[in-house]
Design a protein around this ligand. Structure first.
Ligand code: UT7
Length: 323
């Protein structure tokens, strides 16, 4: 049987930085409020001529370099995004061509902030089935283009960015002490469709629309869904919370992250936190945080790492892997 192993990670943040003070010039907010309620200090904003495929390609190239691989090694590209370049084709198709990947399928996955967990699960399934050998899994978003810059309750929370990983299928006995992805858990509860959504779209308004959110509902559900899905994924891998070395949660709000860590009994120094640097970049936060972890030498061989996210839909998921 096969198991997927992470061979390389990479991320990209656009050059332009928007601070909380910059935002206070646009809407009635303050650096103090944003830091205290969210932990966010700054976000990056894509240039006018930068598109989601540009962000995706930048992160993917870095992940390929880190994996010491080239486009010729890849036979699957999955891009998680809520902000595709065009309604169709999938932005992944453009990314595939720009990278020079010529084998296998390339497609987008839309699960909002949980998108990377959904995309990585899909890649893991295909690698385990022998349908591909090496996958590029990317999260790339330009939320600055779907924000209502007059709504202080949402525009302060998001930013643009991307992250990517290279996953490779390796032979495995299926034991939980071997390297690679051990378990994946996904969920959706569409009854919460209107708690976090964009008020536009091809079939409704014809415009892209703007993010609308019932913040406190999302907050509560995010804490519950992320902590529960990590517990479920650990249990499925026949591991417990005590086995967890690192928690890499979706980066939306420091208070959500802290509460998830607390529920799982993971000390703060074992929780990857990057939300202050880039705000909520939706499907890109998990690979951005993973890249931070690798760059700073946090993950040691054999570590048990849980990735988790929750987002619009509601969608949620968790992946437990051994590094
Ligand atoms: O991936 C999932 C995506 N989304 C999330 O994860 C977001 C989840 N929700 C949250 O992170 C939090 O609910 C928020 C950060 C959005 C809001 O924090 P909160 O502690 O729940 O604040 P609140 O909504 O209860 O608002 C408190 C006050 C209100 O004023 P009043 O009614 O008490 O006078 C808001 O109008 O803060 C006000 N407020 C602001 N003040 C300054 C809301 N946004 C701002 C702002 N600056 N940007």
């Amino acid at each position: 049987m096969y198991r997927s192993v992470v061979r390389g990670v990479g991320s990209y943040l656009p050059e332009k930085i928007m601070t909380n003070d910059d935002l206070s010039q646009i809407v009635d907010t303050s650096d103090e409020w944003i830091r205290k309620r969210t932990g966010i200090e700054r976000r990056h904003i894509a240039a006018d001529d930068e598109f989601t495929n540009d962000l995706a390609v930048a992160a993917a190239e870095r992940a390929l370099a880190a994996a010491d691989m080239s486009a010729a090694d890849i036979d699957l590209v999955i891009l998680a995004t809520t902000t595709p370049d065009n309604t169709f084709p999938a932005t992944a198709a453009k990314v595939q061509a720009r990278l020079g990947v010529t084998k296998g399928p390339a497609f987008d996955v839309q699960a909002v902030c949980s998108g990377f967990i959904f995309a990585m699960t899909q890649a893991d399934n295909m690698l385990r089935l022998g349908q591909a050998k090496r996958a590029l899994v990317i999260g790339a978003e330009i939320y600055s283009r779907i924000l209502d810059w007059e709504d202080r309750s949402t525009c302060v929370l998001f930013g643009d960015g991307s992250g990517a990983i290279v996953l490779e299928a390796v032979d495995s006995e299926g034991a939980n002490n071997e390297r690679g992805v051990l378990t994946t858990i996904l969920g959706t509860d569409g009854a919460n469709y209107d708690k976090l959504y964009v008020d536009g779209g091809v079939a409704t308004s014809g415009n892209a629309g703007c993010v609308r959110m019932a913040g406190q509902d999302v907050f509560r559900q995010a804490v519950a869904r992320m902590s529960e899905s990590v517990e479920e994924a650990l249990e499925k891998a026949e591991l417990t919370k005590d086995d967890l070395d690192w928690l890499v949660p979706h980066q939306a709000n420091i208070r959500i992250i802290e509460q998830v860590g607390k529920k799982l009994g993971v000390s703060r120094d074992k929780v990857m936190i990057t939300v202050q640097e880039h705000a909520n970049t939706s499907a890109a936060t998990v690979p951005l945080a993973m890249t931070h972890g690798v760059k700073h030498g946090h993950f040691k061989e054999g570590d048990v790492i849980a990735l988790t996210a929750m987002g619009g839909g509601f969608t949620w998921g968790a992946i437990v892997l051994r590094w």
